[in-house]
Design a protein around this ligand. Sequence first.
Ligand code: GLU
Length: 324
Amino acid sequence: MLHLRQFASVALCATAFIAGNAAAQSYPDKPIRLVVPYAPGGSTDIIARHISEPLSKALGQPIVVDNKAGAGGLIGTAEVARAAPDGYTLAMGTVSTMVIFPATHPKPGYSVDSFVPITNIAAMPNVLVVNPKLPANNLRELIALLKANPDKYSYASSGKGTINHMLGESFQAGAGVKIQHVPYKGSGAAMNDVMGGQVDILFDQLPSSKPHIDSGRMKLLGVIAPKRLSTYPNVMTMEEAGLKGFDDQAWYGLVAPAKTPPAVLARLSSAMKQVLSMPEVRARIEHAGAIPVGNTSAEYAAQIKSEMEKTRKLVKERNISFED
Ligand code: GLU
């Protein structure tokens, strides 16, 4: 026979389960917070803002973009890992926060199992941009300049341990040059100092740098892609400058805390599918310099897993240390 106390706790659990289920069925009935773990103006922020309005229309509730930058994206991401798994706190997942940190950081404050990947929104090439006054007009000239002046020049990144940092370290190892690393809270913050001339070089994703390349406030010297970009046909790839196998791609997706109810995840997945099939949304993402993806949750989870393996290998092969 059930003791009264046990009975009460079983009843409570059942009530909570039913209430949770009902909440999942009526989801969403209040605004959703979308955490961008980097500063405004970076590519994570740009992609989040491209989807927040159509996603809000598809779900019938406001999406509030919240920039929680710091520690290379760890702060905002860890906060979402700890949030209630009810669909009202989501994060932009990046190759840095979903792959590089869980694969290489001793204690990132969460694990890849802390999240359910919903969909990868957009992929994009990485780029090497410089202050326009830097006396180099292509990658080969830049490498020659850096070789002749070890430790004289500096590069900015989105923070320690991010893909931008990993690119900077891989570039130094591959090209045999020494440059100082200056970490920021995201490319949005890093870019300002590169344009202002306080830092010389920036490893970035194309969408954040593109407007400033096009306006001449930054000079695009290299693309980290398997082939040249059709939008910048005169700019060489890393491979052309002698850095083999250097084509790491960046991407931004939507992730929810683990244990989010299946009904909520299904609602988010179908809304994202709808958003990413809208021609105007796709056109805006493409215009920004990215490629819309929109894979399924299972495909996105498999992608994260296989990229983690690849990253561990790359970090070893390139002998990268994220310590300064
Ligand atoms: N560069 C990105 C930004 O500042 C973050 C790094 C990443 O792509 O993971 O938004």
